[in-house]
Design a protein around this ligand. Structure first.
Ligand SMILES: Nc1ncnc2c1ncn2[C@@H]1O[C@H](COP(=O)(O)OP(=O)(O)OP(=O)(O)O)[C@@H](O)[C@H]1O
Ligand SMILES: [Mg+2]
Length: 289
């Protein structure tokens, strides 16, 4: 039997996958989501969401997709890793993913691809009155060449709106990158930074996830002191919180207990410190358990 079933859960409460159904809408996550959706509706072009490692950018992008999926007037594609070697490969990947017919016989030039993309954006945006949305996660990996490709695509517009809606989600170094390209930076219509959670948000997120995973008992699974300790140890970074909570629940099962106390959290942290993990900061790594 899985450890979480022993504790009365139907599903795993602290999985590290970016599942939008386990996404607690903190004030900042909500603001980022709502404002991005408004920008998309108004077809204003470029939205940028920044955040440190593990602050919820990828999960936010999944939430955004959940919202866009139900809209008939939106065509979207998400790029998970924008490490393209050259302009032609980037353009070809966009054309393929938006299902733009490209003559296969000879390798299309970048000019052909840009023309095809422009025709596609015009057809969808003006003739069919639909929004074409491109979401790029891990956008800090975009190089200058790729940013230039995107800048050109953002230039396609009518008098009232942009034909391509671009949402970039990236770690904070993305900011420095786009600051260095003034005519890219100038095109940003919405920019937002996700910060770590406060103590209250940490508590709400933990409670939200355990309820989502089917925990029904009225008893507090995480005592208040334990939450304070979790917040202190993780500095409110969502991925770290998730990983620490996961470890705490496993400890509970192993010790045959039913509530997480501050003592259990302290012991987990101390054991990790003793193992020398704190130097590598294992709680930040994506899949360290
Ligand atoms: N608002 C939230 N509510 C619930 N869980 C969250 C929230 N934000 C982040 N998480 C969880 O934290 C973990 C890390 O989130 P995510 O992968 O989205 O971060 P990220 O900012 O994309 O990180 P990276 O910079 O490493 O790509 C995931 O398990 C995710 O489910
Ligand atoms: Mg991510």
């Amino acid at each position: 039997m899985s450890y979480y079933k022993v504790l009365g859960f139907e599903k795993e409460p602290f999985s590290t996958s970016p599942d939008p159904n386990y996404f607690y809408l903190s004030r900042e996550h909500e603001q980022a989501l709502t404002n991005t959706l408004i920008e998309l509706r108004l077809r204003r072009g470029l939205s940028v969401i920044l955040g440190d490692i593990g602050t919820g950018k990828t999960t936010l992008s999944r939430k955004l997709i959940q919202e866009l999926k139900v809209r008939q007037d939106v065509i979207f594609h998400i790029v998970l890793d924008p490490s393209f070697e050259n302009e032609n490969m980037f353009l070809r990947s966009l054309a393929r993913n938006f299902e733009i017919p490209i003559p296969e016989a000879q390798a299309p030039s970048s000019l052909d691809l840009r023309d095809a993309l422009e025709r596609f954006l015009f057809q969808k945006g003006v003739t069919e009155n639909r929004s074409v949305v491109l979401i790029i996660d891990e956008a800090q990996k975009l190089n200058e060449m790729s940013l230039e490709v995107l800048r050109v695509l953002l230039n396609y517009e009518t008098n009232e709106y942009k034909l391509l809606q671009l949402v970039l989600l990236g770690q904070t170094e993305l900011h420095a990158k786009i600051m260095n390209i003034p005519n890219f930076f100038d095109r940003i219509s919405f920019i937002y930074t996700l910060n770590p959670f406060s103590l209250k948000e940490t508590e709400e997120m933990i409670n939200f996830r355990i309820r989502r995973a089917g925990y029904q008992s009225r008893m507090h699974l995480f005592l208040k002191d334990a939450v304070v300790e979790i917040h202190r140890a993780t500095h409110g970074y969502p991925r770290r919180i998730i990983m620490l909570c996961h470890k705490a629940l496993k400890e509970l099962v192993m010790r045959n207990k039913s509530v997480v106390s501050a003592g259990i959290i302290e012991e987990i942290i101390q054991n990790e410190m003793r193992a020398g993990w704190h130097r590598k900061d294992p709680l930040l790594l994506k899949n360290s358990y």
